[in-house]
Structures are given as structure tokens and as C-alpha cells.
Design a protein around this ligand. Structure first.
Ligand SMILES: Nc1nc2c(c(=O)[nH]1)N[C@H]1C(S)=C(S)[C@@H](COP(=O)(O)OP(=O)(O)OC[C@H]3O[C@@H](n4cnc5c(=O)[nH]c(N)nc54)[C@H](O)[C@@H]3O)O[C@H]1N2
Ligand SMILES: Nc1nc2c(c(=O)[nH]1)N[C@H]1C(S)=C(S)[C@@H](COP(=O)(O)OP(=O)(O)OC[C@H]3O[C@@H](n4cnc5c(=O)[nH]c(N)nc54)[C@H](O)[C@@H]3O)O[C@H]1N2
Ligand code: SF4
Ligand SMILES: [Mo]
Length: 734
């Protein structure tokens, strides 16, 4: 069967979201509509419902098992996030379970930190060692000197452990290196964050505008399914991206914007909408404040002005502004997810929020919905005994009072002695590969070298594990039960992760590891349950949900609540004024622009390109690039270079090059993709390749790592997010 490029990038209709239902593991990949290999024939298998951990979306999975082996993974039709389908990554989850490179036994470091020389030890020795180190730090510096970095759903046990121990220094790169600015931008405007899953009613949108956010490559399952459904129903897309993304291929308008100038475009769109009276006046009168001030602020933000900044012709700006307004209130401007781009990111997402407000799309069908959540009582364990101390996550004399979570970058810097309010001396790292996820990886290494202790809980020998003093091998999501999942969503629901097969090797589930540590440091009262399934079922039962149904269905969906004005919801806004704040007094009081302003980005130096990066539909960061199933589909990244620019540089498609950034940082060799699909002033690559960890035998030395080129950041002054699209590279032949 022939796989054409056209079919591969197709995201319409049934091809979206990996139509893997009823097919084998490696069959019917996203975009393929025939079986590539014979169906393994899994009729009669035992089926265990659980939820996915190949990314952080947590789709419901039906895991098929025969003779103790997982035979295939399909989407749970009852689960509202999967709706019967998984994305390609979720379908390939068994590639993680059966990864021959998995961490198999606990290990203790035997040579210098970072040299990755370890001795395998038993669990008792590894846990005793961890407990001893934690107690030493507590005695010497106090418990708040230990930080936890935690990403992924199994991290809840370690968060609980650290709070019980006495520290609130808990962070993930998914905030200050990802969603943070948009949460703050949204809170300042609507009084509530965007949340994850994003509270966006994409399936009912008439016009969907994407600023960057490359849905279809960014493969969060439900969003992509909803996008496909909306397109099938005739919804129109406006895509603003310097690169012709997969979504751009489906769009009515593609605006190849000059990187870093989006605020100018957003202001000009708002200028046209307000000038021409295309905004939802009745809605704004009822729910918003500050329209007069905004209108005044927009007076000189004309399409002609924005043209010179963005490279988008004034006529196109006017036309698209009218087009977007024409779809209101079911006209949704997506807030994005990885929004840490240029350091003005809170203001850019504020601009997106304000534009949505002008369209009247908040709390509207086809716009932004107001979620509901299934309430589950907490398990009755001991109350945390300590007075919380503010984590030292911002440089000494500079605070980010509007940040609503702790900054991973801040905790990292606070580990370099003498730079913060107090020094961090110990790290617990759960499910985050900080050396690829954090900007300025050399600083991360400096921070690690200054620590008294670092423990890593992971499933794979990722780069970060190589820097650990003790490595604690966790069982994968298919071998364990975690906390119940009950996120705010369109419908209230609760889902359980159940062990599908026995833990392989000498790995242990996170709940067990955390509890064993707790028992060794006098915190047994905080872990009174027998195991995590008993814990989860206690919570489910005390919410009045049948444990039997939960176990057999994997998910229980509650009664739908009104989520939009159309359903009878009367929205409220937890802002100081109780209204949508087009003008933010809070920002003004904190010394920031109360309405978004525009500052032009820096130009690339001669011979340089701005470095942009994004996602592959078949991988999640670097966490799946060692997965053989997924590696079969994509095993290395390429650098996208505009075809004319490539010619000027004397390189052609397929050539291997090295990218060298403004500070002299060099990438690994990477193949060129010469294409018309990107502007000539930037280059683009997928994040997550270019592993150098010895133990990742499949992924090692395949493609290049963008993180090592992010030696420069621009910090968002409002909430401390690390803008990372501010590095420039030149192209050298490899
Ligand atoms: N398959 C897959 N899906 C994922 C993930 C994954 O690892 N794999 N990760 C998930 C997570 S945690 C996140 S945060 C999201 C990230 O996904 P997104 O939030 O969609 O990420 P972005 O960085 O916004 O999007 C990258 C796109 O922005 C464009 N871009 C770069 N600079 C600019 C600019 O200045 N202006 C404009 N308008 N566009 C620009 C790039 O060309 C690229 O198409 O994806 C999620 N979904
Ligand atoms: N340069 C650059 N930096 C980035 C980004 C980028 O695009 N470019 N993206 C940013 C974004 S949007 C985000 S959200 C962050 C994400 O950054 P991270 O949170 O670091 O995510 P991953 O890279 O997926 O790291 C996951 C680690 O968890 C391990 N793991 C996987 N499953 C399990 C499990 O079940 N248990 C345990 N204990 N470990 C597990 C993996 O082996 C891997 O070591 O990175 C940010 N940093
Ligand atoms: S979006 Fe894909 S990888 Fe993420 S949870 Fe869902 S199926 Fe798993
Ligand atoms: Mo993210």
C-alpha cells in the first residue's frame, strides 16, 4: 500500500486521531486508511480499561491482554477524552512497556555526578540511601531546601510526600516553560485560567483561529478530533504561523507572520473590529469593563501599521478581521499551549483573551466553555504540619507576584548557591527530563553539581537519570494504578488507571516508592492505605460511585451541567471587578501595561535564522523517541529551511548540517528539509530528538536537540515564563 504525503498530512474526517480502533498496534497510523500489517487477532483477549500516559492528556484506554502480554491499545469509547480513539502515541504505548532499554533495577551513583556510572542495588538499599539524604538535608537546612520537579500523573504521590516532609518547592517545566503565561493572561482577563484539557468548544466553532498552536502536529487527541469534526461541518480555519503547518493546509487563510509580531496583528484585528462595530456590544455591556479605554488604545494600531511589523498586507488583515468577527460568537481564537515564545507572552495571550471577549466567545457555544468537575472527597490522611514557606523561585530582588504556580526554572536557579532568597540543596525529579526541557541546559548542570542530593524517578535512562545520585525505576502506566483523574471538563467525569500487567523487571509503581520513603522518614501517617487501587477506590466509593462500574468501564461520566450561555449558564468572572477586564487595573497596579502593547522583536544577525520548534504528531517531546513502535514512523528530526534560503546557504534537502547559535552552541548533525512551507527568516525543528544518554539505545544520536541551542531566554516580567524563541542560528555543513 502506498503512503502518499498528501494522505499523511490529511487531518479531515475519519483519518484524524489515529483511527486505531479494531486494528493492531502498528496498523492504521494516523492518516493511513488501510492496514499496513495483518490484524494480530485479539478477539477473546482480556480487556482492562485504564488511561494513557504517553502524554499528559490522559485519554481513556482499553488495554487488550493475552498470556500476560499487552496485545493492543485502543481508545475507550466511554471516555470523554478519547471517544473511542487514541492518537498515534497512545496506540504505541506498549513500545514503552516493552522497551528493552527501560530502567530495570535501582541504581546508586559510583563515580562523579554526570558521568553516569552506577551500581545496581536492591530497593532497600536505594530507599535507605534516599531517606538518609533527605533527613540530612532536613537537619542541616530545613525541609524547604528540597525541591520536587514533577510532570505526569504518577507525580501526585511525590507531591504529597514532599508536602508532608515540609516543602512547597514543587514545580514542572509545563508551567514556566509552557502554559504559564496563558494561564495568567486568561486569569487577568476572565478570572479563570485556560486549564488542561483546554476549555475550548472547538467542535462547535464556526471560525477557529490558531496563533502558532499547530493542531494536527500538536496531537492532543480530543482537540484534533474536535477540529476534524468542525472542519467536516464546514468550520473555517485562520492559521497564523511563519510555517505552513498541517493545520494551515486545511485553512481558509494562512498568514505567514514574521515571528514575534503576533501582538501587532492581534491589535490591528481588534482595531478593525472595534472601528467597524463588529464586536458583540450587548455581551460586552453586560459582562466586560474597559471597552472605552481599549478603543482609545487601539486607535493608532491600524492594519497599515501592523503590515510593516508583521509582513501581513493591510488588506488581508482587514479581510481576516471581518471574517473572524463574522463567525461570532462561535468564533474562537485558540489561546495556544506552549506560549513561552518572546517574553511578552502574558501580554500576547491577554491580547488573544481580549479578542475573544470582543467576539463574545467566552461562555459561548463554539467558543470557550465553562467547565464542571466531578467532586471526589480526599482520602483522609494526616494534615500537613508545616507552615508553608514561599519557594525561592525568583531571583533575589525580583518577584513574579502574578505567577500562580512555582517556576521550575526558578527552583533550578535557586540551586546555584547565593542567587535566591534561600538555596535549594536537594532535588527529587519525577518524570521530567530537565536537561532537554529546561532552557540553558548548561546552567541546569551547574545547579545539579551544587546539590547535596538528587534522586530521579523515571522509566527510562533519560539524560537526567545520568546525573542522579540514586535512580529509582518506576513501573510504566500499564503496570500501575495512580490518582483518580477528574479534571474540569465539558462534562464531569472521573477515570481510573488500573494495572494492566504485572510490573516488569524490578520496577515499582510510584505510590509504592513514595510510601516506602515516607515510612523511612517518619511520615507513615500520610500513607495509611494498602495500595493505590485501594486508595483510588476509597475516593470513588466515598463520592457515591460504584467501584465495580469504575473498574469495568474505567470511567464514570456525571450529569452534564450548563457550560455556555446558550445552555442557560450565567457566567461569573473572578476578576477584581467581577467582569471581563479589557483594561486590567491589577496589571497597572503591578507596574505593567494594563492593555497589551507591542514591542518589535530583535532582528536575526546577518546570516542567521530565528530558531523555532514544535511537535511531531507521533512523539511526545523526548519521552517517546526511544519507543521502537513510534520510531518506526519517525526516527529523527529535520531542520526546515526555506527553499530559497537553503539555496543561498548552498545546502539542499537531505544534506546534513550543524546549527550554530549566537552564543556558539552547536547542534548535533541534522538533515535539511528545504521547503516553501516556511518563511526565509526562520528555521524550524521538532523538539525531542538528539538524545545523548547512553542507555537510550534506539534514540541516541538520532537527529538534533533544540534545547542545547536555547542558551538565551527572555523572561516574561509578569509571571517569569522563559521565552525561548529568541535564539538565532546559522547553518554549517556537517
Ligand atoms: N504529538 C504531540 N502533541 C503534543 C505534544 C507533543 O509532545 N507531541 N505536546 C503537548 C504540549 S505539552 C504542548 S505545550 C503543546 C505544544 O503545542 P503548541 O501549543 O501548538 O506549540 P507552539 O509552540 O505554540 O506551536 C508551534 C507552532 O508555532 C509556530 N510559531 C513559532 N513561532 C511563532 C510566532 O512567532 N508566531 C506564530 N503565530 N507562530 C509561531 C511554529 O511554526 C509551530 O507551527 O503540544 C501538545 N501536544
Ligand atoms: N527546547 C525546548 N524545551 C522545551 C520544549 C520545547 O519544545 N523545546 N517544550 C516545553 C514544554 S511545552 C513542556 S510541557 C516541557 C516538557 O518537559 P518534560 O516534563 O521534561 O517532559 P518529557 O521530555 O516528556 O520528560 C519526561 C520524562 O519522564 C519520563 N517518563 C515517562 N513516563 C514516565 C512515567 O510513567 N513515570 C516516570 N517516573 N517517568 C516517566 C521520560 O522517560 C522522560 O525522562 O518541556 C518544555 N521545554
Ligand atoms: S493524546 Fe495521545 S498520547 Fe496523549 S493521552 Fe491521548 S492517546 Fe495518549
Ligand atoms: Mo507543554
Amino acid at each position: 500500500m502506498e503512503l502518499t504525503r498528501r494522505r499523511f498530512i490529511r487531518i479531515g474526517g475519519a483519518a484524524a486521531g489515529a483511527a486505531a480502533v479494531g486494528s493492531g498496534l502498528a496498523t492504521r497510523w494516523w492518516g493511513l486508511d488501510g492496514d499496513a500489517v495483518a490484524d494480530p487477532g485479539t478477539d477473546g483477549d482480556r480487556v482492562v480499561p485504564t488511561f494513557c500516559e504517553l502524554c499528559f492528556w490522559k485519554c481513556g484506554v482499553l488495554a487488550h491482554v493475552r498470556d500476560g502480554r499487552v496485545t493492543k491499545l485502543t481508545g475507550n469509547p466511554k471516555h470523554p477524552l478519547s471517544r473511542g480513539r487514541l492518537c498515534p502515541r497512545g496506540t504505541g504505548g506498549a513500545g514503552l512497556l516493552y522497551d528493552p532499554d527501560r530502567l530495570k533495577r535501582p541504581m546508586i551513583r559510583r563515580e562523579k555526578r554526570g558521568e553516569a556510572v552506577f551500581e545496581e542495588v536492591g530497593w532497600a538499599a536505594a530507599l535507605d540511601y534516599t531517606a538518609e539524604k533527605l533527613m540530612k538535608i532536613k537537619e542541616k537546612y530545613g525541609p524547604e531546601a528540597v525541591a520536587l520537579y514533577s510532570h505526569g500523573y504518577g507525580g501526585s504521590w511525590f507531591k504529597h510526600l514532599l508536602k508532608a516532609y515540609g516543602s512547597d518547592a514543587i514545580a514542572a517545566p509545563s508551567y514556566a516553560q509552557c502554559r504559564g503565561p496563558r494561564e495568567v493572561g486568561w486569569q487577568l482577563t476572565f478570572g479563570a485560567g485556560v486549564g488542561s484539557p483546554e476549555q475550548l468548544d472547538i467542535e462547535n466553532s464556526r471560525v477557529l483561529t490558531l496563533i502558532g498552536s499547530h493542531l494536527g502536529e500538536n496531537m492532543h487527541n480530543t482537540q484534533v478530533q474536535e477540529l476534524a469534526a468542525a472542519l467536516d461541518r464546514g468550520a473555517q480555519l485562520v492559521v497564523v504561523d511563519p510555517r505552513f503547518s498541517t493545520a494551515a493546509g486545511k485553512a481558509r487563510y494562512w498568514l505567514p507572520i514574521k515571528p514575534g509580531t503576533d501582538i501587532a496583528l492581534l491589535l490591528a484585528w481588534m482595531h478593525v473590529i472595534v472601528r467597524d462595530g463588529l464586536h458583540d456590544r450587548a455581551y460586552l455591556d453586560k459582562y466586560a469593563i474597559g471597552l472605552d479605554k481599549l478603543a482609545k488604545h487601539l486607535t493608532d494600531k491600524t492594519p497599515e501599521w501592523a503590515w510593516t511589523e508583521t509582513g501581513i498586507p493591510a488588506g488581508t488583515i482587514v479581510e481576516t478581521a471581518r471574517f473572524i468577527a463574522g463567525g461570532r460568537p462561535a468564533s474562537l481564537v485558540h489561546p495556544g499551549r506552549r506560549v513561552v515564545w518572546y517574553g511578552d507572552d502574558t501580554q500576547r495571550t491577554r491580547a488573544i483573551a481580549i479578542l475573544n471577549a470582543l467576539l463574545g466567545s467566552y461562555a459561548r457555544r463554539g467558543g470557550i466553555y465553562v467547565p464542571s468537575q466531578m467532586q471526589l472527597p480526599t482520602y483522609p490522611y494526616a494534615k500537613y504540619g508545616h507552615e508553608p514557606r514561599v519557594p525561592p523561585d525568583s531571583p533575589k530582588d525580583r518577584a513574579y507576584p502574578l505567577a500562580d504556580e512555582t517556576l521550575a526554572s526558578g527552583l533550578c536557579m535557586a540551586s546555584i548557591p547565593g542567587t535566591a532568597a534561600y538555596d535549594i540543596k536537594g532535588w527529587l525529579v519525577y518524570g521530567t527530563n530537565l536537561l532537554m526541557a529546561m532552557p540553558q541546559p548548561e546552567k541546569v548542570k551547574e545547579a545539579i553539581q551544587a546539590l547535596d542530593f538528587i534522586a530521579v524517578v523515571d522509566v527510562l535512562p533519560a539524560e537526567i537519570a545520568g546525573w542522579a545520585d540514586v535512580v529509582l525505576p518506576e513501573s510504566t502506566y500499564l503496570e500501575r494504578c495512580d490518582e483518580v483523574d477528574n479534571p474540569p471538563y465539558k462534562v464531569p467525569f472521573a477515570a481510573v488507571r488500573q494495572p494492566v500487567v504485572e510490573p516488569m523487571h524490578d520496577s515499582k509503581p510510584g505510590w509504592w516508592i513514595a510510601r516506602e520513603i515516607a515510612h523511612r522518614i517518619g511520615l507513615a501517617d500520610y500513607f495509611p492505605w494498602k495500595d493505590s487501587l485501594e486508595y483510588a477506590m476509597h475516593r470513588v466509593h466515598s463520592a457515591g460511585i460504584s467501584c465495580e462500574t469504575m473498574k469495568s468501564d474505567g470511567v464514570v461520566v456525571g450529569k452534564a451541567q450548563p457550560t455556555t450561555i446558550e445552555d442557560g449558564l450565567e457566567p461569573t468572572f473572578a476578576t477584581p471587578s467581577g467582569r471581563i477586564e479589557l483594561f486590567s487595573q491589577r496589571l497597572a497596579d503591578a507596574g505593567f501595561d494594563p492593555m497589551p502593547g507591542y514591542t518589535p522583536p530583535e532582528e536575526p544577525p546577518a546570516g542567521h535564522f530565528r530558531l523555532l520548534f514544535g511537535r511531531s504528531p507521533v512523539h511526545t517531546f523526548g519521552r517517546t523517541t526511544n519507543n521502537r513502535f513510534l520510531g518506526e514512523v519517525a526516527s529523527e528530526n529535520e531542520v526546515w529551511v526555506n527553499a530559497d534560503a537553503a539555496k543561498e546557504q548552498g545546502v539542499a534537502g537531505g544534506d546534513k548540517v550543524v546549527l550554530v547559535n549566537q552564543d556558539g552552541a552547536r547542534s548535533q548533525p541534522i538533515r535539511v528539509k528545504a521547503t516553501e512551507r516556511i518563511r526565509p527568516d526562520c528555521v524550524y525543528m521538532v523538539h525531542g530528538f538528539g538524545h545523548d544518554a547512553k542507555g537510550l539505545k534506539f534514540a541516541r544520536n538520532r537527529g538534533a536537540d533544540d534545547a542545547r541551542l536555547v542558551t538565551r531566554i527572555k523572561v516574561d516580567p509578569i509571571m517569569g515564563g522563559t521565552g525561548m524563541n529568541v535564539n538565532f542560528v546559522r547553518i554549517e555543513r556537517a
